[in-house]
Design a protein around this ligand. Structure first.
Ligand code: NAD
Length: 693
């Protein structure tokens, strides 16, 4: 039973009991309806208290029932709320911990609500691209006012119960034991009639139309690509302009409309993809973890410093090792400056800064790292240097310490083989800036221990990263795919585009940054270095030479104030460069390519499908465990637009036969060798299937 019934004298108590957050799954919904009926049938009962077991009232829909017939099976949440609201004995919601989504909508259907301080109150549906569809948009404005309700519904952000204590949302705030307080309240109001109903409250707001128009404009600006927030405004507007039941119906219609949008599908996909990413089929949830109480980082450069900050932010002491004192001092000073910048922005207090800095120390001696539970190497991207470092770590680290590498391209199995404990070696691929970016690619070597993998997955969560497991291959999931994307971007320049056109097209599609602005930020020399290696190791892979010509001119990007674009001192804005554009046009002539006008649609297709095709290969080779993991990598590490759900999700939305048809078309173009359709894509398209099932 996921809802229990107990009589406390003449008050019935229905307890929602569906851990972890009392989600309103089918059994719980049925339990509430049965409980109310039982209380109504019992002449001795005068009032009904609805309360949650454990730490909260209810977190809303039970996500385990999402996309299953049970989610809609009667009694639906609408029915539950109708039963509760229609009860002729008063129903009181007793709230603590959290009342979110359907949980809050249920509480709003009750005649009274009491709450303790510290409960999180929210209607977060908009975060999944939908809106509260069980009366939330109609009832919340009636109890907390138009503006505050609109803000909560459009943002989905929780508000603490005490902040809402002066409103009609709560009839009483309870100090001390919630149930005792709720029972006392119930006794006091048990005989009062008529029963108050939120639906009967009038929304009193002078010039609501003006305010709503302002809200529409604001939402359209900040959430242009998301229909959810815009429909939320319309639903709330209906609460003002329509009769309650008409408003409910309007809300329902908008809900059904939103559920079908690609944006909502993408957001829900991302929500489940994040949960799925933490599950590794052959590593059971009960795998014992190694304890991580201290950490070491080798190299205090760009990545090492950011990685160290992650540990300090999570309260884990961390020691950074460098070869020279100057490099160490520089690394520590950069970290301090980063924290000071956060403090200036009001994101950190002086006390927090001091605390975090006190957790970070430096050393030049490997021996001083020996007792760390995990050590992450972030030295130069060179196998020789990695070899020295890992041999040394193998000597000094205590048994059972995890030895991780932040390499972005090198073979983690080879690195593991430098040690006598390959089971303890793993890749932890952070993204720059490492203290900011959410993604952590966790590279599982062929010998990596299951407990090591499970420990690093748990560590990812602790340092607030999204951990995604990748197998070993050149570039792992993210960089291996991005190489194909950057390659296409180069070919587009040869064929007729300029960097600003390519960037503009893909940014309009929703990417945070186009490939050329991104390369200028990361440093064009990094790609140059990798290509030079490729020219030797994989001579049959073709690249446009334009990026090499750019680097030969020392145009490495923002750091040299010149890259694909020009930069002005102290200004990160990218200004189109005449010199670069002329060089591009000249190069096309030099290689005998007649430049042509390329449409934005072609640019987007070629860049995105290059990702998709490589993603399909990665999936087929088992480098990624599931298509949604690839999507997570792109959403959290590469600025892929969330409302499109990641490249594989997007391909599913477009339809794999359509993607394949385009790829075959491009294979007839300027660089056919770059467009060999992945067998998995061909197979899924032929079978009428999709990547994400
Ligand atoms: N920069 C990025 O965007 C990025 C992203 C992901 C991964 N990575 C990877 O992270 C690693 C570090 O990259 P980075 O950008 O921080 O480089 P960086 O040049 O900024 O820093 C490397 C640091 O390592 C130190 N170092 C070199 N050899 C050492 C040794 N033997 N012992 C101790 N310290 C040593 C150097 O003094 C330098 O401070 C590389 O493997 C790189 O591929 C970089």
């Amino acid at each position: 039973m996921t809802a229990t019934y107990q009589a406390h004298g003449d008050i019935a108590v229905i307890t929602l009991d569906n851990p972890p957050v009392n989600g309103l799954g089918h059994a719980t919904r049925s339990g509430i309806v049965d409980g109310v009926q039982r209380a109504l049938d019992d002449a001795a009962i005068k009032a009904i208290v609805l309360v949650g077991s454990g730490k909260g009232f209810s977190g809303g829909a039970d996500i385990r029932e999402f996309n299953t017939p049970k989610a809609l099976q009667e009694p639906s949440l609408h029915t539950v709320i109708r039963v509760v609201e229609g009860s002729d004995k008063p129903v009181i919601a007793a709230i603590q911990g959290l009342a979110m989504g359907g949980g809050l909508e249920l509480a709003l259907g009750c005649h009274y609500r009491v709450a303790t301080a510290g409960a999180q109150i929210a209607l977060p549906e908009v975060k999944l691209g939908i809106l509260p569809g069980a009366g939330g948009t109609q009832r919340l404005p009636r109890v907390i006012g138009l503006e505050q309700a609109l803000n909560m519904i459009v943002s989905g952000t929780p508000v603490m119960s005490e902040k809402l204590s002066g409103t009609r949302l709560f009839d009483q705030m309870i100090d001390g034991d919630l149930l005792a307080g709720a029972l006392a309240f119930a006794k006091r109001i048990a005989d009062q009639r008529p029963l108050p109903k939120v639906r009967d409250i009038r929304i009193d707001y002078p010039n609501a139309d003006g305010y709503l128009q302002f809200a529409r404009n604001a939402v359209r600006t900040v959430a242009a690509n998301y229909p959810g927030p815009q429909k939320c405004v319309e639903a709330v507007a209906a609460a003002v302009s329509k009769r309650f039941d008409d408003g409910l119906k309007f809300e329902r219609d908008l809900f059904l409309e939103l559920v079908q949008t690609p944006e909502s599908k993408a957001l829900r996909h991302a929500f489940f993809a994040e949960r799925a990413a933490s599950k590794i089929p052959d590593v059971p949830a009960e795998t014992p973890l190694r304890e991580i109480k201290s950490a070491g980082v080798i190299g205090a450069g760009t990545m090492g410093g950011g990685i160290a900050m992650n540990f300090a932010n999570a309260g884990i002491p961390v020691k950074m090792l460098e070869m020279k004192q100057e490099a160490l001092d520089k690394g520590l000073a950069t970290i301090r400056k980063n924290y000071e910048n956060s403090m200036k922005k009001g994101k950190l207090t002086q006390e927090q800064l001091d605390k975090r800095m006190s957790l970070i120390s430096g050393t030049l001696a490997y021996e001083e790292l020996g007792q760390a539970d995990i050590v992450i190497e972030a030295v130069f991207e060179d196998m020789g240097v990695k070899e020295q470092v890992f041999k040394k770590l193998d000597e000094v680290m205590k048994p059972g310490a995890i030895l991780a590498s932040n390499t972005s391209t090198l073979d983690v199995d080879k690195i593991a083989a430098f040690t006598r404990r390959p089971q303890d070696v793993i890749g932890t691929h952070f993204f720059s800036p490492a203290n900011v970016m959410k993604l952590l690619e966790i590279v599982r070597g062929k010998a990596t221990g299951k407990d090591v993998l499970a420990t690093v997955m748990a560590l990812a969560k602790k340092i607030k990263k999204t951990g995604v497991v990748s197998g070993v291959c050149d570039g792992f999931i993210g960089n291996r795919m991005v190489e194909q994307y950057i390659r296409q971007a180069g070919f587009l320049l040869e064929e007729g585009c300029l960097p600003q056109q390519v960037d503009r097209a893909i940014e309009k599609f929703g990417f945070a940054m186009g490939p050329f602005r991104m390369s200028d930020l990361a440093g064009n020399d990094i790609g140059w270095y990798i290509r030079k290696r490729r020219y030797v190791e994989k001579p049959d892979v073709t690249y446009s030479k334009i990026a090499d010509l750019l680097c030969e001119q020392g145009r490495f990007g923002q750091k040299t104030s010149a890259g694909w674009y020009d930069y002005k001192p102290g200004d990160r804005k990218a200004y189109p460069s005449d010199a670069v554009n002329q060089m591009i046009v000249k190069h096309s002539a030099d290689i005998g390519v007649q430049r042509r006008k390329v449409s934005d649609e072609e640019i987007v297709e070629r860049l995105v499908y290059a990702l998709v095709n490589e993603g399909a290969l990665i999936l087929e080779e088992g480098i990624a465990m599931r298509a949604s993991d690839i999507d997570m990598v792109y959403l959290t590490g590469y600025g892929y637009p969330l409302f499109r759900g990641g490249p594989m999700c997007y391909a599913d939305t477009v339809g794999l036969p359509n993607v394949l048809r385009s790829i075959r078309g491009y294979a007839k173009g300027h660089h056919p060798e770059a467009w060999k359709p992945a067998p998995l894509l061909e197979k899924l398209a032929a079978d009428g299937k999709s990547f994400n099932g």
